[in-house]
Design a protein around this ligand. Structure first.
Ligand SMILES: Nc1ncnc2c1ncn2[C@@H]1O[C@H](COP(=O)(O)OP(=O)(O)O)[C@@H](O)[C@H]1O
Ligand SMILES: [Mg+2]
Length: 200
């Protein structure tokens, strides 16, 4: 059982983590780094993860070496993670349906110990932007609907596909849309103490 001091410490850590990673997310946009790298590749995802979390996690940008699960779902075995990542990388990404399938499969792999959700939604936008000239406006997606759809996604992609399709926008280079999207995406994971705009 955590005592009250460790609980306060972990609360402080979460706030600091949120502040640093949101600043890093904004930096990715402002430096144009978010548009570099090969959309859909693991190296792009690893780069986003490394950048967001380099000052927070010692495993930033690195594949996990332990098995992890959420709810009743066990993500890909750590033993075969490289093979699983390569299989997902090789999936086509020309249509919206293919891109969502790829996103769902990368989520099933869950290559990092922590930070998969936050990094992977930026990775998804890189692909959508490059292939279709669109991004997801997370601010228009309900957290409960999103998490429910992702929990169900290893069985069927229909729910997450419908949800994200409704929230597509052509405002791919709009800084305000990006910042609000970061806030919403981070709020899906419980980080909702600051607005990215306040850190600007
Ligand atoms: N039961 C589940 N089955 C499959 N995927 C899930 C489940 N629960 C959550 N997810 C996915 O995992 C993501 C969270 O992964 P995590 O590594 O904790 O990322 P972060 O640290 O950014 O919160 C969620 O955004 C969602 O996409
Ligand atoms: Mg998490």
């Amino acid at each position: 059982m955590p005592n009250i001091l460790t609980a306060i410490d972990s609360g402080k850590f979460a706030h600091k983590e949120e502040r640093i990673s949101k600043c890093k997310a904004l930096e990715l946009f402002d430096t144009g780094e978010i548009d570099k790298g090969e959309p859909g590749s693991f190296s792009s995802l690893a780069h986003i993860h490394e950048k967001l979390f380099e000052d927070i996690y010692d495993f930033a940008g690195k594949m996990r070496t332990e098995d992890i699960s959420k709810g009743d779902f066990r993500f890909a075995s750590a033993l075969y993670l490289e093979e699983s990542v390569s299989e997902v990388e090789a999936l086509s990404q020309s249509t919206f349906d293919e891109i969502i399938k790829k996103y769902v499969e990368m989520n099933i792999v869950h290559p990092f110990r922590e930070g998969n959700g936050r990094s992977m939604r930026l990775w998804l936008d890189q692909i959508l932007k490059a292939e279709l000239g669109l991004v997801v406006d997370c601010d228009r997606v309900s957290k409960d609907d999103y998490l429910h759809a992702m929990e169900h996604s290893p069985i069927s992609e229909v729910e997450i596909s419908c949800l994200l399709k409704e929230s597509l926008t052509g405002k791919i280079d709009d800084r305000d849309v990006y910042m609000d999207g970061i806030d919403a995406s981070f709020a899906f994971e419980g980080y909702n103490t600051f607005k990215t705009k306040e850190l600007d």
